[in-house]
Design a protein around this ligand. Structure first.
Ligand code: HEM
Length: 220
């Protein structure tokens, strides 16, 4: 691990691995949350499994927590290193001619997602910890859907969530293909396929989350 994070290439590699783990997490997270639209009872059953299964709780959740923190910390480290390596801005910075807005502003879209995560973890994760371990309530496995549905009664929260999902989409639009490049997956035949997959991923995943937030708001 120390070797991975002691050189710029190692850091980019480690950053890409954490990104790929989070890309997979987002697919799983969206799939479980989509159940809240199709069937409250299926969503309650899935949430009960995720919330009380020891493998998920004591192995996967800490790994996820580590990946999230690592990704943000390493993102800042790489940004600071980039800036100090280039104290004077390029004489010829033609903006969109050299790069996309998304690639130049990963730190901004990342910060919005970080702010979203702060509220989101307070809304759901902290609520769970409080329910289970601090208040030590007896398990009530029918509560998950109602808790989620109630959260989206507040229009301000829905607006903030939706804006964050749009920024998440912009972050993913560059991040998806960039993570493959950083692990050395470059090939004239496969790189265009990875780019197309990245475009679809960065549209469909945030659109799915937006749909869930808006659906629960409109069905209050
Ligand atoms: C409408 C959209 C979303 C809904 C309804 C939703 C719902 C939830 C719920 C119910 C939990 C609690 C899980 C538990 O019982 O611990 C949770 C946890 C979490 N969510 Fe979301 N989520 C949404 C979008 C997102 C997005 C876009 C991200 C990442 C950018 C995200 C990241 C997380 C993380 C890191 C956790 C903690 C994981 C855990 O406790 O296992 N969520 N979310």
């Amino acid at each position: 691990m120390a070797g991975l994070t002691s050189s710029t290439i190692g850091r980019k590699y480690a950053m890409a691995l954490s990104a790929m783990f989070l890309l997979i997490f987002l697919i799983m997270h969206l799939s479980v949350n989509l159940l809240s639209i199709c069937s409250p009872s299926a969503f309650n059953a899935a949430s009960e499994f995720m919330g009380y299964n020891p493998f998920i709780q004591f192995l996967m959740q800490p790994i996820l927590g580590f990946a999230v923190v690592f990704h943000f910390v390493m993102g800042f480290v790489l940004e600071l290193k980039n800036r100090s390596a280039r104290p004077v801005k390029y004489a010829v910075n033609q903006g969109s001619a050299n790069s996309t807005w998304m690639s130049r502003n990963m730190i901004i879209s990342g910060l919005v997602v970080l702010a979203f995560l702060g509220l989101h973890l307070y809304d759901f994760w902290w609520h769970e910890i409080n329910f289970k371990y601090i208040e030590a309530n007896t398990p009530d496995n029918g509560r998950f859907w109602a808790e989620l549905h109630d959260k989206f009664a507040d229009p301000l929260r829905v607006v903030f969530y939706v804006i964050s999902f749009v920024l998440l989409g912009l972050h993913l639009a560059h991040g998806f293909q960039s993570s493959f490049q950083s692990v050395g997956a470059r090939h004239p035949k496969y790189t265009p396929v990875i780019k197309t997959l990245g475009t679809w991923y960065s549209i469909l995943i945030p659109a799915g989350f937006i749909f869930i937030a808006v659906y629960h708001f409109l069905t209050q």
